[in-house]
Design a protein around this ligand. Structure first.
Ligand SMILES: Nc1ncnc2c1ncn2[C@@H]1O[C@H](COP(=O)(O)OP(=O)(O)OP(=O)(O)O)[C@@H](O)[C@H]1O
Ligand SMILES: [Mg+2]
Length: 386
């Protein structure tokens, strides 16, 4: 007897599922997208792009990029670099000031679309452009102004460090003398003066961290930094809180200063813990996460179109607390902004300063039940490692 033949009960899935139609997907996408050919002529665009550019697809097909944005637009550098480096290039805060297109604060992404089977040369690649007028651009803006806010504190920090500390040690010494000489009733007052002097000294020391002296940078394993911070937190201010980690084990080292990165993450975890404790959140949890963002490059508004920083390392500190209050939000990274009775309002100002010194970027997203600080950091380049 011959063995029974096995037949699939169902036809292969690909036969029964409707094939996704790429152009329908593109049309449905609410993000403005246009496709350029190798000569930067418009090939197609989705309805969101028609609305954004206020040009119909049929008109666009007779136009080249230059006709729309003018010959001097930063977009040409962006598109050329995406082709040359075969990677996604993002530019924030792009201004369009041509007769056909007037807009500012737009985030543009240029994505090379290479057909490997037919093209030998990637310089000929088509490029997909997306336009977004949204928070990423504003986040970068804020980031730049936070950097300035932090810088203005730096000068003040030096004055405080030099002048106030000397005066304080005099006050502290006098209070200590009094402690040993006055009667019991006044001793308490003398102790109070000494303790308050110590508190001011601690504040001044913290301000000193805003000093602008360049710190040595090295290849830093960010997972070790996160583990160190988690251990410090759990044995101190975050005792009893749950931590959850989601690390990308293949993450390359950060190009940075280990102690400063500890400081940054400690401040973020401390804030998360403060907000969870003060709100008495149920199932309070702090999540630490790392990811590699392939091909992500950011251009800072101050840089020219060809100098972009690679910020592929993403470190996230998230909590499920009540969220950042609305009145604090616009000034979050400015010094002396705090909603906590005992807060100095220096934690995030210092974070912004250190991240800026690292050439990185910090973004925040917060709503009740979920507050997320995202650090974008540079990795070690070949140049650095030499
Ligand atoms: N994870 C968070 N959830 C809710 N609010 C937050 C969070 N992180 C920061 N904040 C808000 O931002 C404010 C500023 O934070 P920042 O760390 O700069 O100062 P602080 O924590 O008040 O004082 P300190 O100088 O001791 O850190 C906080 O007072 C708080 O209102
Ligand atoms: Mg803080």
């Amino acid at each position: 007897m011959s063995a029974p033949q096995l037949r699939p009960v169902h036809p292969p899935l690909a036969l029964v599922r409707p094939q996704p139609d790429a152009s329908a997907m593109l049309s449905a996408l609410p993000i403005p997208c246009v496709l350029l050919d190798a000569q930067n002529r418009f090939v197609t665009a989705n309805p969101a792009a028609e609305a954004f550019l206020t040009v119909s697809v049929s008109q666009l097909r007779h136009l080249a990029l230059e006709d729309l944005v003018g010959p001097d637009s930063a977009l040409f550098g962006l598109v050329a670099q995406a082709r040359r480096d075969e990677t996604v290039i993002i530019e924030h805060d792009v201004h369009f000031a041509s007769p056909r297109l007037r807009r500012s604060g737009v985030t543009v992404q240029a994505v090379p679309v290479t057909d490997r089977e037919t093209r030998a040369d990637d310089e000929d690649a088509s490029v997909l452009l997306t336009f977004q007028d949204e928070s990423a651009a504003r986040a970068l803006d804020r980031h730049m102004s936070f950097r300035n806010a932090a810088r203005s504190v730096a000068g003040m920090a030096e004055i405080l460090a030099h002048e106030v500390k000397n005066l304080l040690s005099g006050i502290r010494g006098a209070a200590q003398l009094l402690e040993n000489t006055v009667g019991e009733a006044d001793r308490e007052l003398a102790i109070l003066i000494r303790e308050e002097a110590d508190r001011i000294r601690a504040l001044v020391d913290r301000m000193g961290m805003f000093g602008q002296a360049p710190v040595p940078r090295d290849a830093v394993n960010i997972h070790r930094v996160l583990e160190h911070v988690r251990r410090l937190a759990r044995s101190g201010f975050a005792e009893g809180l749950r931590f959850s980690e989601s690390y990308d084990p293949s993450l390359p080292p950060v190009w940075g200063n280990r102690d400063q990165l500890v400081q940054v993450l400690l401040n973020l975890v401390k804030n998360a813990s403060d907000s969870l404790h003060s709100a008495g959140t149920n199932e309070a949890e702090i999540t630490l996460m790392t990811r590699y963002q392939h091909g992500l490059r950011l251009a800072t508004p101050s840089s020219d179109s060809d100098s972009r920083v690679d910020l592929p390392l993403l470190v996230v500190v998230r909590d499920n607390g009540p969220g950042i209050s609305d009145d604090i939000r616009p000034h979050l990274f400015e010094p002396f902004v705090s909603s906590r009775p005992s807060g100095q309002g220096l934690g995030l100002a210092l974070v912004a300063k250190i991240v800026a010194d690292h050439g990185g970027l910090i973004e925040v997203e917060s709503r009740p039940g979920r507050t997320e600080f995202r650090l974008h950091l540079p990795m070690v380049s070949e140049e650095d490692s030499q």
